[in-house]
Design a binder for this molecule. Structure first.
Ligand code: GLA
Length: 388
């Protein structure tokens, strides 16, 4: 999980290898961590992600014959498709499906998408819960918008990228990851209202506060993650219907007990409790950050983890171990970040304690015989951008 400064150069090299030509430009989009607000996005609630310095870069040039070809440094594959494959959701599969999905979503929104040759390279690790798919979608989307001179303001791009993922790829995700990849700013976390898509950039300057965010890849296998994600989403939608509200965002925290009393079983009550309390934790975190009380968000991060573990039931032993060990070693707060069932843990730490906390997590893993975790410290980076 180390950042290679040369990811853009690698994308260019891939382009030259694949097409024997130089690209017209390069576009970068980041992975993300979510500071707090998990499984709230598809409940029309609140999230607070920030962009990582790890990026996916697309080197691209127009393709006069109107088709699309994309090669991946990671897999070494080159995939070509035309309008017919784009028109049939799911037809292009695997990583290239995200690219075809972006073309599909742009066309579905009425844009004249230019044919293109693309080469992608990435530092965002796959399957670590850091939104490598949204980074790919955002890099390709930004490239195609620029190459085609399309009229698509940045604030409308996340919804379009989400449609690519929901309808072309077939993953029922919310809008957080695409919003982070496209709308984040350096030095800030992105406070997003997922219903209105209104954003506020919240200063999150860790250096000034003497703090660091440690991101630990739990290295746990993503078992059944897709089916479990869809099941959680279905439970939330069922609960909203039972409560007679458009989405769980419409259950105010002060009315939670009344709402819970109206639900038929303990499992659905726990799912609702997670979402409603998590929305409130996002609001509380934002209030503290606006006051410059960064240190004080730690307890909210840890409470979010407990809620994901006990109520939403999306953690696994590796992430619980990492969180516990980080807290025991003095982290101010720690939680799993992302969709769950593995992926990464983030810990808010005093900057000079980062190594000690990471070491404590490694030791706890070794004791339990888990595959050793990896870690890095991160600061909020910018969203999708044209490099040159
Ligand atoms: C995944 C999804 C997001 C969001 C998170 C959980 O990352 O892509 O839309 O639902 O899980 O917060």
């Amino acid at each position: 999980m180390t950042a290679h400064p040369d990811v853009a150069a690698r994308a260019t090299a891939g382009f030259q290898r694949a097409y024997g030509d130089t690209p017209a430009g390069r576009w970068a989009a980041p992975g993300r961590v979510n500071l707090i607000g998990e499984h709230t996005d598809y409940n029309d609630g609140f999230v607070l992600p920030f962009a990582l310095p790890l990026r996916t870069v697309a080197a691209a040039a127009p393709h006069p014959d109107g088709t699309w070809t994309v090669c991946s440094e990671l897999t070494g594959e080159t995939v070509a498709f035309g309008a017919d494959e784009v028109a049939a959701p799911g037809r292009v599969t695997g990583w290239a499906g995200y690219v075809a999905g972006v073309v599909w979503a742009l066309r579905a929104a009425g844009h004249r998408v230019p044919g293109a040759r693309l080469a992608v390279a990435s530092d965002v690790p796959l399957g670590a819960g850091l939104s490598s798919s949204a980074a790919l979608e955002a890099a390709v989307l930004t490239a195609l918008v620029d190459l085609g001179g399309l009229d698509l303001p940045a604030e409308h791009r996340p919804r379009l990228a989400q449609r690519a993922e929901n309808h072309y790829v077939g993953a029922p995700t919310g809008i957080m990851d695409q919003s982070a990849a496209i709308r984040c700013r350096a030095g800030h976390a992105l406070f997003l209202d997922c219903r209105t898509e209104r954003v506020e950039h919240i200063p999150f300057d860790l250096g000034v506060a003497g703090l660091a965010v440690l991101v630990i890849d739990s290295r746990s296998p993503h078992r059944h993650a897709d089916g479990e994600y869809a099941a959680r989403r279905a439970s939330c939608e069922k609960a909203a219907a039972l409560l007679g509200v458009p989405a769980l965002r419409d259950v105010p925290a002060v009315d939670l007990d009344d709402a819970l009393a109206r639900l038929p079983d303990d499992e659905i009550r726990r799912r609702v409790r997670h979402v409603v309390t998590e929305d409130q934790r996002v609001l509380d975190t934002v209030a503290l950050l606006r006051d410059g009380r960064t240190r004080h968000i730690g307890a909210l991060l840890t409470a979010s983890h407990a809620s994901m573990r006990d109520d939403f039931a999306i953690t696994v032993p590796q992430v619980d171990t990492a969180v516990e060990a980080a807290l025991d070693a003095g982290a101010l707060g720690a939680r799993m970040t992302g969709g769950g069932f593995g992926g990464c843990v983030l810990a808010l730490v005093e900057a000079d304690r980062a190594d000690a906390v990471a070491g404590a997590v490694e030791a706890a893993y070794a004791e339990r015989g888990f595959t050793a975790p990896t870690h890095t410290t991160v600061a909020p980076a910018p969203g999708a951008t044209r490099l040159d």
